[in-house]
Write a protein that binds this ligand. Structure first.
Ligand code: RP5
Length: 180
């Protein structure tokens, strides 16, 4: 959940622009179901470079455990944050305008040796999965969170089994035209 009052956020969600929030909100949506406290910050590599460096530099002492960073365009934010902290940083590429060259994603998967950036991919599913991945990292040292995450996986698997059983029962034509 969004860290409130004096609550310590464990996941820092940083994005290059408020225009990234439509996609990056899905990081928080994923974390909320496990009640993991997070913060959401606009930190631009190009418009506020000093703020970006400070955010990365102070992340450990501020008590963050994982950073999820999203940016579009030339997308320097995730890589630069990963270069400024030893915390795990998960990158999300935002396609803010049609980008046949995949520049944002490309900038994240071409980090130089010695500067790791875990890159989740592009857009909403990647942002949601980045939230899940942050929860999985935190669950390594938090048994209560680990149990919640195992439960999430069990429920997800059960939903697939229910759908498969219904498909067997109805056949594909009726399945596709059913009221959900
Ligand atoms: C990047 O440029 C941001 O991450 C965003 O994806 C893109 C466009 O930013 P705005 O012009 O919408 O603020 O730095």
């Amino acid at each position: 959940m969004m860290a409130r009052n004096n609550e310590q956020p464990l996941v820092g969600i940083a994005m290059g622009s408020d225009s990234d929030l439509k996609i990056m909100q899905h990081v928080g949506i994923a974390l909320e179901q496990f009640e993991v406290p997070f913060e959401e910050r606009v930190v631009s590599a190009h418009r506020t470079p000093e703020k970006m460096m400070k955010y990365g530099h102070e992340a450990v002492q501020r008590g963050l455990h994982v950073i999820v960073a999203g940016a579009g365009g030339s997308a320097h934010l995730p890589g630069m944050l990963a270069s400024e902290t030893r915390l795990p940083v998960l990158g999300v590429a935002i396609e803010s305008s049609p980008d046949p060259t995949n520049a944002a994603l490309g900038s994240m998967i071409r980090m130089p040796k010695g500067a790791p950036l875990a890159t989740m991919g592009k857009n909403e599913a990647a942002a949601y999965n980045a939230g899940l991945e942050a929860a999985r990292i935190l669950a390594i040292s938090d048994p209560e969170l680990a149990e919640k995450y195992d439960d999430f996986m069990r429920r997800q698997a059960a939903e697939v089994e229910e759908k498969d059983a219904l498909l067997q029962e109805m056949g594909s034509a009726a399945y596709l035209s059913r009221d959900k």
